[in-house]
Each structure stands twice: as C-alpha cells, then as structure tokens.
Unconditional design. Sequence first.
Length: 392
Amino acid sequence: MKSSYDVVVVGGGPAGSMAAWEAAKGGASVCMLEKDRDIGYPVRCGEAASDLGLRQFVEPKDSWIAKKISGAVIVSPNESKVHVKFANETGYILNRRIFDYDLSRYAANAGAEVYTKAYVKELLKSEETVTGVVVDHLGEEKKISAKIIIGADGLTSRIGRWAGIKTQIRMKDMESCVQYSVSNIDVDPDNMIMYVGENFAPGGYLWVFPKGDKFANIGIGISGKHSKYKSAKAYLDEFMAREFPNAAILTTMCGGVPCAKPIKHPIKNGIMLVGDAAHQVNPMTGGGIVSGMKGGWLAGQVAADAIAKGDYSEKTLIAYPEKLRKDFGKNHERFYKIKEATAALTMDELNSIAENVLKIPFEKRTLASVFKAAVFKKPSLIIDVLKVLSGV
Ligand SMILES: Cc1cc2nc3c(=O)[nH]c(=O)nc-3n(C[C@H](O)[C@H](O)[C@H](O)COP(=O)(O)OP(=O)(O)OC[C@H]3O[C@@H](n4cnc5c(N)ncnc54)[C@H](O)[C@@H]3O)c2cc1C
C-alpha cells in the first residue's frame, strides 16, 4: 500500500468497486479499502437485480445468477395473489458473494489496488478540503493522502459525516430489515413474491426471493416508524412459522435500507459519496445494487476527469450530482412520492386494489397497471408512475 493515490475509495461493495473501476479506467491511481476480510461477504441483501440494470455496465455472468425470475406475485393483506409477468425484462436473484467479488476484480484488472481488512477510521482534512484517510490495515495504522476520497461505505457511512455532509435520514424512511436464507422449502421458483400490508410488513414489504433447489432469501423491511412497536424479526418469525414451519434457516442477517430521496449534494472539496452512503436506493423497492453501481460509475468518471484537470474542488465535483439527477435522481424522487402515497393505504384499500387488478386479464396485466391502481387516491401521481416506468 502506497502513502499517496489520486483516488481512495472507502468500501468494496458494488458502488465502491464501480467507482474504483471507472476512476482507474480513466487513468487515475486508485486504492480501494474494504474493512471486511472478503469482498462480497457477509451478504446483507435480498440479491434481486434486473438484467437491464446490470447490462448498463457489464454483461451478466452465469456464475452471478442463482435464479432467473420471470415475474412477481404481489400478495395483498387478505392473501389475494396478483401475478404480473415482467415485460421485456428478466429479473435475477444474484449470488452477491460472487458478483461483488468479480466487480472488485474488474476494478483491480483496470489497475486499482484493492485491500481487505483495511478499516478506515479517520479522514484527513486541511481546512475545508478532505486530503486523505487513516486506515488500519492488518493491525497496522497508515496515513494515505489522496486528491479525491470516494465514500462507498454503505448506509452507516461515517465518511460522509466526518466530511460534514448531511447524511441524516428520517426514522420513517429507514427500513429496518431482517432476512433468513432458508432451505428445504417448496416455493415458486420463477417468481419473486412480495407481501404487502400492515399485517405482513407495516410501511414496507416481506419478500420471498427464490434461489432454486428449495432455497430462498426470505426477508422483511418495515419502516422505522413501526419497528419500535413490533420488531421486523417478530413479523418475519410469525410468517415463517405459518408458511414454512419446516424451513432450515441457514443464515440470519439484519440491516437497514435508506428509503429516502437521494442526498442532493453528496460532495465537498475532495470527497464524493456513492451508493447507500448517498441514499442511492430506490425508495419504493429498497433496491440499491444497480443504482449504487450507477452512482459509483458516475463518481468514478467525474473523479478521473477532475484528476486530469487538476481540480478536486466542489466546483468540479458538482458534475457528479448533476449527472446523477439527470440519470436516476429525479426518478427516485418520483418513486419517493409514490411510496408516500402507497404507504398511506389501508389494508382494505390494498385488498380492493388487488381485486381490481385481478380483473385485468393476466396477459394484459403489467407493473404499470398495478402502480396506476395503487395511486388511485392521488391521480396526479399517474404521470409520475408513467415517467418512472418509462425510465424518463
Ligand atoms: C436486508 C436487505 C435486503 C436487500 N435486498 C436488496 C435487493 O434484493 N436488491 C437490491 O438491489 N438491493 C437490496 N438491498 C440494498 C443493497 O444491499 C444496497 O443498496 C447495496 O449493497 C449498496 O451497495 P454499496 O456499495 O453502496 O454498499 P454496501 O454493499 O453496503 O458496501 C459498503 C462496504 O463498505 C465497507 N465499509 C464500511 N465502512 C468502512 C470503513 N470505515 N472502512 C472500510 N470499509 C468500510 C463495508 O464493509 C461494505 O463492504 C438490500 C439491503 C438489505 C439490508
């Protein structure tokens, strides 16, 4: 490990690896620091991602894919099952352990240095500019100076806070999650299943994401507003006892998902935040793999350009949030509005939406029809629904 790089990326998740990869491709000297022993492990994710999403950056490899998914089944509070086939799209339940690892290899192959067991414990600053990090690597403390730091250190990002970027999130927008990886269950292998309504998951949803061979990720995310009354784990355990009493629970994980609007200004002089650290998660679905990759991808490019120009100030780095907003930022704001509207629906309203959507013949039923029905109380949001689903 050298004592100086153009770019230091903190965190080796999908957002960090994409940032390191792009910055290295753009000619910068790059070092990526990951605190855990392995990139990609432990997995704290339902592992769902879309083919089109991944394909923006890279051709999906067979080894990344545990199961291809052709549709979704949305289960209403009274257990009506609305089956929607994905139109022109394939979903994947990934093996993130392999996927994340490969992304870090791509960054390394482009010239980035990757270190694990490298915990960043402090930022170095000179006046109003971030100038480096202090890292504990294999028990040894080191100071590394950098022209640009990219904070890809996930939801609990301390890099952002240390730099003085506002990373706070409202309790109601913080999804509290628990997930079991379970085997020995009979589950629809081709569809992702999502249970909605207060009885299953207040302010969120409960998911069953099949990974094939009687194996699945079964998890729940509930709004922080509700988790103080009854924990996410209590909801999930009730569901497991009812639906899958014989399941073998092989892994248990807990985590949070920032289902807020993306941080508008995730930069300061010499620093950018990407991925969960910058709340780059679809607030409606909680999906943050692809959008985090996009955040890292854009930040990596802007970092390489800034290095080439020799200017690492906020004035130059502003290109990053500007590109973000044009890309998925605006859509995430629309998703946030739709989430707010659907979170206010009662169980009866959700049941009647399901009834109405079930009247649409299966071959004509689309995600757009479900979303449009879901915002019936706020017809003005139909425009937002159409925009997010057309990717505008
Ligand atoms: C239960 C659950 C289910 C989910 N399901 C899905 C899903 O199905 N689909 C989807 O798209 N998204 C899902 N998400 C969200 C998704 O996991 C995240 O959005 C995504 O991992 C964000 O990537 P990232 O690179 O920003 O952060 P992370 O993947 O969290 O990576 C951050 C990395 O930074 C490292 N780090 C942190 N601090 C330091 C430090 N000080 N020094 C060095 N390294 C540090 C961490 O060890 C970690 O490896 C889920 C999340 C949870 C919690």
